[in-house]
Design a binder for this molecule. Structure first.
Ligand SMILES: [Fe+2]
Length: 146
């Protein structure tokens, strides 16, 4: 991914100016990034200050949904909605040819049966924190959880 501002500094500035239940009823933080350690750190950073911290971008769902110590739901990556008989959603033969340095063209989407991946959070209206969290996988090639 391209370089951007320091997301921890930006989050720190945001938290200084905004408070759960004072400025909004619920807060969902979608951390679009590659690195699992950064996503986990961000989850702990927002613990008690957000309803949910969920990672995106890797296209691969993780199996670590949980509620952190101070009540924020967390999932490292929600995964993608698309064809998993692929290389992160792209045509697998073309992607493999690129890795093998064989003839290939620009990446293009796989068009098989899609899987829906995501996260469901039950939140407490009184404090804006999570009461329950579950990741879900529905349809397509992955083992379904719904
Ligand atoms: Fe991305």
């Amino acid at each position: 991914m391209k370089k951007c501002d320091d997301v921890f500094e930006a989050s720190n500035e945001f938290i200084k100016k905004n408070n759960l239940k004072e400025d909004y009823d619920f807060l969902v933080v979608d951390f679009h990034g590659e690195i699992t350690s950064e996503k986990m750190a961000m989850g702990h950073f927002f613990d008690g200050k957000a309803t949910l911290v969920v990672g995106t971008h890797t296209h691969v769902p993780t199996n670590d949904a949980r509620i952190l110590e101070n009540g924020t739901a967390y999932l490292t990556d929600a995964g993608m909605c698309g064809d998993y008989n692929s290389v992160i959603g792209m045509n697998k033969n073309n992607s493999l040819n690129k890795f093998l340095k064989k003839e290939s063209i620009k990446h293009f989407p796989a068009i098989g049966v899609a899987t829906l991946s995501g996260v469901i959070v039950e939140a407490d209206v009184e404090n804006g924190l999570a009461k329950n969290v579950e990741n879900f996988i529905y349809g397509g090639d992955l083992k379904n959880s719904l």
